[in-house]
Design a protein around this ligand. Structure first.
Ligand SMILES: NC(=O)c1ccc[n+]([C@@H]2O[C@H](COP(=O)([O-])OP(=O)(O)OC[C@H]3O[C@@H](n4cnc5c(N)ncnc54)[C@H](OP(=O)(O)O)[C@@H]3O)[C@@H](O)[C@H]2O)c1
Length: 236
């Protein structure tokens, strides 16, 4: 089996590349047969997925696609807004491109390769697409406001994923799910960790093990669902 680590090139003004031109940013590990693919694995949660032997042990072919890329803040480019007065078109567009447009185009181009039946001896009857979303993308769960660009880009990712899941249900044995990893100690969360309650900042290892536990148990009936790290469903 191979584990491919893919970096799509999503830029602030245009989507510079789709999967056709995407560069493989890390080594493809050789295993018995097939390919699992982690998109956005240069660091953070995606890297932890990719360096988790468990993926290679559990999945084969393009039986599993994980879209892990995402952005919350970039100095002088994108800052989580605390008020409507700070919302800018450029921030909204940037967040949408990276957090929603990129992952969905990756799925579009990988769709023909996604096949059920992978995994060492597991004979799965479903291929899996797992998109890393965030609880703040839930409209029903939005009690605090703020972070307009990030929130709404994750809501867009959620809606696009749900829409894809409806089409998959008609055409292919692919379960497309959304995952909230919890608040995880990565570059993305670093500037915002001050107010995280004790015990609520997870290590990458802890979060990825929890998420792999969910992925491991995904059934076709889970297509289109939005799960938190602890397996609870999150409202839309
Ligand atoms: N950490 C948390 O607390 C938390 C909470 C909820 C949800 N999430 C979600 O979990 C996912 C992973 O986050 P993380 O914490 O691992 O973040 P991270 O450590 O900052 O890693 C982000 C990943 O996204 C890629 N990426 C960023 N901008 C990109 C662009 N313009 N085009 C293509 N790839 C780009 C990065 O690649 P480069 O290294 O090449 O930039 C990197 O691989 C994200 O979708 C995030 O929204 C995280």
């Amino acid at each position: 089996m191979k584990l491919l680590i893919l970096r799509t090139l999503v830029g602030p003004t245009r989507l510079r590349s789709t999967v056709h031109k995407a560069s493989i940013c890390s080594s493809a590990l050789q295993w018995e047969s097939g390919v699992s693919l982690v998109q956005g694995a240069s660091r953070g949660i995606g890297l932890e997925f990719a360096s988790a032997n468990s993926i290679r042990e559990r999945y084969g072919r393009l039986n599993l696609l994980i879209n892990a890329s995402g952005v919350l803040s970039i100095p002088d480019v994108l800052q989580p807004e605390t008020t409507l007065t700070k919302v800018q078109k450029s921030s909204l567009m940037f967040a949408y491109e990276v957090n929603a447009v990129g992952p969905i185009l990756v799925i579009k181009h990988m769709w023909p390769l996604l096949k059920a039946g992978g995994g060492s001896g597991t004979e799965r009857d479903v291929a899996i697409v797992a998109n890393l979303s965030a609880r703040v993308g839930s409209i029903g769960d939005n009690r605090f406001g703020g972070w307009h660009s990030y929130r709404s880009s994750k809501s867009a990712l959620n809606q696009l994923t749900k829409t894809i899941s409806v089409e998959f249900a008609r055409k292919d044995p692919i379960a497309c799910i959304l995952l909230h990893p919890g608040t995880v100690d990565t570059d993305l969360s670093k500037p915002f960790q001050r107010n995280v309650p004790d015990g609520k900042l997870f290590t990458k290892e802890f979060s990825v093990q929890k998420l792999l536990g969910i992925i491991d148990n995904v059934k076709i009936r889970d297509n289109g669902k939005f799960f938190a790290w602890d397996g609870q469903e999150i409202p839309w």
